[in-house]
Write a protein that binds this ligand. Structure first.
Ligand SMILES: C[S@@+](CC[C@H](N)C(=O)[O-])C[C@H]1O[C@@H](n2cnc3c(N)ncnc32)[C@H](O)[C@@H]1O
Length: 488
């Protein structure tokens, strides 16, 4: 998006679908001005969009479509203003009491004031609108619903010492670096919420809390992990952290150093840390494990045959919502129907979240991942589950690398694409040359997905299926799945 003023917009561009270019008014609003507006719709980031009588767009925090609101303008720009509600004159039927006491102050969640049905509809609307801007019309969008609370198994919390010497632990305020001190988080899994109070108590006893930048919390079925970002060594405080880890029965890691931090586990320098594990349930994925190509599979009464265990290390990518991840993998399997004899390529493969289930169903799987350590993990995970996956490292943002990789295969039945937020433009620009019948695209950014979808359609693909997953409920973040089929 072109910058409209000297300062960056305080919200990301994805929310600016309301930047309608209307003639600018001579009677401009000024910061602090108050006015009454009718909210027309939601912007992508969840703010209400209204227009002044002079036609200027106003983005209003926590305002819902149909509501009449008195607003105070906080930031005024050439083409739009940003405002908050001073007085809500009417309330939308979709409005609910936000379940978290910190909603509005804490910038973690944007949509808690909107009921769940409307949140999900809003996300479908965002995907539909972004695709329409690329000239693409979507059919019905399926929903992969998940729990609305306590779903998040990984989070980074800031640590800050205020002017009175109090140590704060929490997330940033919306559009601000200000840290909001929180005691509980509505979306964190119980194991992490249970740590919040002891963590706060520990932080209050540290001699040098200003040396702690943030803490990262991670919960798996088998372990809870705290990673402390420690800017400079402090022996007494490190001993306090060690005792804390023993008392709380957690794994403790410290990223030590200001510029290029090094990970220490329980005081020892170690860049990987202990292996953690994620589990995928094969029955829930709807696949019968096909006999291993390497060894005999475990016997049918062995739990190992009913689940896949994926080892990963702190710092590796992990889908934040375990329940929805399971559904997402099941959806991709249902679309692709992997079977013996099929050749599949998993691009942006992480530690094998999609590769392993595809291989368990009997397909031949090539996995490509940019991070060399995670490539090792894919191979180790495949071995440990008695599966065969050909994993290798490559930079998939480079079109010539992608071409080289795809050219090595005589035939590919389908591709799984699960890129980071920046998307998979290089892949989608060249994929059309290889007559690959199906592409399952999993996206955490609908704007880059829409851009990439346009490339695929230009190359001869059609959108066959769409689903929106509850990976990040209560926030404006979106997880979308799309199945493309080649029609030439
Ligand atoms: C959204 S994650 C998906 C991982 C995996 N599919 C999963 O479900 O857990 C994106 C992955 O792409 C990898 N990645 C990021 N940029 C890359 C690039 N330029 N080339 C190859 N892989 C990249 C990241 O390391 C990460 O593992």
């Amino acid at each position: 998006m072109a910058m409209l003023g000297k300062r960056r917009p305080s919200r990301p561009a994805s929310g600016h679908s309301g930047l309608v270019r209307k003639p600018s008014s001579k009677a401009e609003q000024k910061e602090g001005d108050s006015t009454t507006l009718v909210v027309e719709r939601l912007a992508h980031d969840g703010r209400g969009v209204a227009h002044t009588t002079a036609g200027k767009t106003v983005f209003i925090d926590q305002a819902l479509p149909g509501e009449h609101v008195d607003v105070a303008v906080q930031v005024t720009r050439k083409r739009y203003d940003e405002a908050h509600i001073k007085n809500r004159l009417t309330s939308s039927e979709q409005r609910v009491e936000p379940p978290c006491a910190y909603f509005g102050q804490c910038g973690g969640c944007d949509l808690q004031h909107l009921n769940l049905t409307a949140q999900r509809q809003h996300k479908r609307d965002v995907v539909t609108e972004l695709m329409a801007r690329q000239g693409l019309t979507l059919g019905p969008i399926a929903a992969l619903d998940g729990s609305s609370e306590h779903y998040r198994r990984r989070a980074r919390l800031g640590v800050r010492v205020d002017g009175q010497g109090n140590v704060l632990l929490g997330f940033r305020a919306p559009n601000s670096h200000r840290l909001i001190d929180i005691e509980q988080c509505y979306v964190l899994v119980p194991a992490l919420n249970e740590l919040m109070l002891p963590l706060r108590q520990l932080l209050a006893t540290l001699e040098a809390p200003r040396l702690v930048g943030h803490v990262e919390l991670l919960a798996t079925n088998e372990a809870t992990v705290v990673l402390v970002r420690q800017l400079k060594a402090h022996d007494q405080d490190m001993a306090r952290w060690q005792r804390f880890a023993e008392q709380q029965k957690i794994s403790l890691g410290t990223w030590l150093g200001r510029e290029t931090p090094v990970l220490h586990w329980n005081g020892a320098r170690n860049n990987t840390g202990p292996a953690l594990q994620d589990v995928l349930n094969l029955e829930e994925l709807g696949i019968q494990r096909v006999k291993s190509l390497i060894n005999d599979p475990p016997s049918s009464n062995d739990e190992g045959s009913k689940q896949l265990t994926l080892r990963f290390f702190p710092g590796d990518f992990l889908q934040v919502n375990a329940e929805v991840n399971q559904k997402m993998v099941a959806q991709v399997l249902a679309w692709l129907k992997p079977a013996p004899g099929q050749q599949l390529v998993d691009l942006f493969a992480g530690v094998g979240n999609f590769s392993l289930p595809l291989a368990a169903a009997g397909a031949q799987v090539a996995a490509i991942e940019g991070n060399p350590a995670m490539v090792e993990r894919i191979t180790a995970n495949a071995d440990a589950n008695q599966l065969e996956v050909h994993a290798r490292q490559a930079d998939l943002s480079d079109a010539s690398t992608v071409q080289m990789l795809l050219s090595e295969h005589q035939h590919i039945d389908a591709i799984v694409l699960d890129p980071p937020r920046s998307g998979a433009e290089a892949v989608c620009q060249v994929i059309g040359r290889y007559n690959i019948p199906r592409v399952a695209y999993i996206s955490c950014d609908p704007a880059t997905l829409a851009r990439d979808a346009a490339h695929l359609v230009h190359a001869g693909y059609r959108v066959k299926q769409v689903a929106v997953a509850d990976m990040f409920l209560h926030t404006a973040h979106l997880e979308t799945l799309m199945l493309f089929e080649y029609e030439g």
